[in-house]
Design a protein around this ligand. Sequence first.
Ligand SMILES: Cc1cc2nc3c(=O)[nH]c(=O)nc-3n(C[C@H](O)[C@H](O)[C@H](O)COP(=O)(O)O)c2cc1C
Length: 327
Amino acid sequence: MLKIKNIEFKNNLFAAPLAGFTNKAYRIFLKEFPVATVVSEMISDCALMYNNQETINMLDVENEPHPIVLQIFGGKKETLISGIKILEAKANYDILDINLGCPVNKVVKGNAGSAWLKKGRENELYETMKTIVEISSKPVSAKIRIGWDQNSINCVEIAKILEKAGVQLLFVHGRTRKALYSGSCNYEMIKKVKEAVKIPVIANGDIDSPIKAKEVLDYTKADGLMIGRASLGNPYLFTRIDKYLNEGLLINEATLNMQIGYVIKHYEMLKQLKGEFKATREMRSIAPRYFKGFNNTKDYRISFTKISSSSDFYKIIDEIKLANNLE
Ligand SMILES: Cc1cc2nc3c(=O)[nH]c(=O)nc-3n(C[C@H](O)[C@H](O)[C@H](O)COP(=O)(O)O)c2cc1C
């Protein structure tokens, strides 16, 4: 079983950090599925320093099942250290993850996220990560991409730097910063990272089925998998992958009835965390995902994008149930 210091994971399937989604409510919800853990949305070091209320709210992990992984991003050693000190003071988490992969312009402009992978920053990266490991009372993980662009794929070198700095767990998304989310994932480079370091390596990118999960694990020899987009609105994917990897069983996808149960639970937990107004707005883009792939749900999916209240949400749920003869 995968273990980092004294933290033991129940399996090797990590739910990827997804800004806008992996908040406390969703993390608690997902942790009922077979996941090692769910990484938090990325938290800005500077926003922590400015005491931004929404960012401070992201540090609320009370009553969340452990292990809890909080992810921070920042472009400078000094601000990262200040941010981490605030994290340590305010949140009871288990692992500190450093975002070294975010490709978003706004983030990269601040020298954060995947800007850390740029050639010429190796020493700065090493010094920064070494200091973070020294000051952090929690084990440190890092999430990277395979490089800045196709001409500078340097994930093997980066992985070695991170290992030397004391990072204990590495998540690798098999794309460059330049590729954003296009093109196919380069699992070969993830395999090379795994061969190059002794710390556990978790493969990430485009894993959307039990078969794909096994293929990526077998090919890369990674210690685990990280799954993001494909599990949004499809948390049962973790159950299916876990069953397939551990028991060789290819079980069916979740039924419509199961999806209805999941979306209701997700919504109710989000309401508890954020209140009806915010939760309902967020569900506009989340709820339709639960009904993708089912026959005759297109109109309902569109209706979900316009909901303004809990009663709007449940009205659509009732219509789906009625149309499908569900209780
Ligand atoms: C909407 C969205 C938000 C994301 N937010 C984060 C984030 O906060 N931190 C991070 O490290 N990666 C973030 N990612 C990247 C994912 O964690 C993951 O690496 C990427 O989606 C590839 O995995 P997948 O193909 O399984 O989705 C985000 C991706 C998406 C699509």
